[in-house]
Design a protein around this ligand. Structure first.
Ligand code: GUN
Length: 283
């Protein structure tokens, strides 16, 4: 079997076309959704991600405000900037690109962002609302993953979803979202004994461990859906994921590529949350 590709790039494109007309309609009502992106320091990977987010905003007509702060910025300065943006009526979403330099407490920053503008879905209030199935901002990568699986009309109810990785940004919340869809969820991580014992039981396998090619053909049940959240740059400059794609492709029924899989969907769900925030607070 050779797996069907789930293209996050194509699905994103479809969704962004709809979002663009959504934004045009809001603009006719005098509302321009606005996203503020804060980057602290000069990490090249973070700069690339932030540029991608800005370009995507332009594409759908969202106003984007980039705030670049120096590497040695004090925590109080960053918190004061967030306070300003929390009350700025032109700004519907605030995103602080992670990771932050070591002098800044990441959790304090996340908790400073108004839950009503927390388009990353990282604030404990939004996480708690997600866990209890209430209205909230869903975290972008997990939400994008669920949308990709749903785009293939893959049934979720009763299915076994195995998540490899337990980060606050992806692993933990993506399991919760699939649980909300009535799947059965297992979490594995770097300390799991006999990883393969679990992954081979997965109907849907989510590789979010941050370890290049951790998941090989032997980890995958024939006919499974494999979602690759990893992103690693090879010595030849190419990007690859947490999954050995060539091996996985021969076992899985559906697989997401890297690049062009989860990455574009993360940004698309950020746009979705920003537009949703504008509608919630201004319509
Ligand atoms: N760093 C890596 N991924 C993300 C993300 O989704 N949001 C933010 N704010 N920072 C990140």
């Amino acid at each position: 079997m050779t797996a069907q590709l789930i293209s996050g790039k194509e699905l994103s494109q479809e969704k962004r076309v709809e979002m663009k007309s959504d934004v045009e309609e809001l603009k006719r009502k005098g509302i321009t959704p606005g996203l503020a992106v804060i980057i602290v320091g000069h990490d090249p990977a973070s700069q690339t991600y932030v540029r991608g987010k800005q370009r995507a905003c332009e594409e759908v007509g969202i106003h984007s405000l980039l705030i670049e702060l120096e590497e040695d910025t004090k925590e109080e300065e960053l918190l004061a900037k967030i306070d300003e943006l929390n009350v700025d009526e032109a700004i519907d979403g605030i995103l602080v690109q992670l990771p932050l330099p070591s002098q800044i407490n990441e959790q304090a920053v996340i908790e400073k962002i108004s839950p009503a503008k927390d388009v990353d879905g990282f604030h404990p209030i939004n996480i708690g609302r997600m866990m209890t199935g209430q209205v909230c901002f869903l975290p972008c990568t997990p939400h994008g993953i669920v949308e990709m699986v749903k785009s293939q009309q893959i049934e979720l109810e009763g299915k076994h979803v195995v998540v490899v990785g337990r980060s606050n940004i992806v692993g933990k919340p993506v399991g919760q979202l699939f649980l909300n869809e009535n799947a059965t969820v297992t979490y594995c991580h770097s300390r799991t004994n006999d990883l393969k014992q679990y992954t081979t039981q997965a109907d849907i396998l989510i590789a979010a461990a941050g370890k290049q090619h951790l998941i090989r053909g032997e980890h995958i049940k024939a006919g499974a859906t494999v979602i690759d959240v990893g992103i690693h740059r090879l010595d030849n400059g190419k990007l690859t994921g947490d999954v050995n794609f060539d091996e996985a492709r021969e076992k899985a029924a559906y697989i997401t590529p890297v690049p062009g899989g989860v990455g574009p969907m993360t940004i698309t769900m950020l746009l979705h949350n920003t537009i949703l925030s504008a509608k919630r607070s201004r319509l």
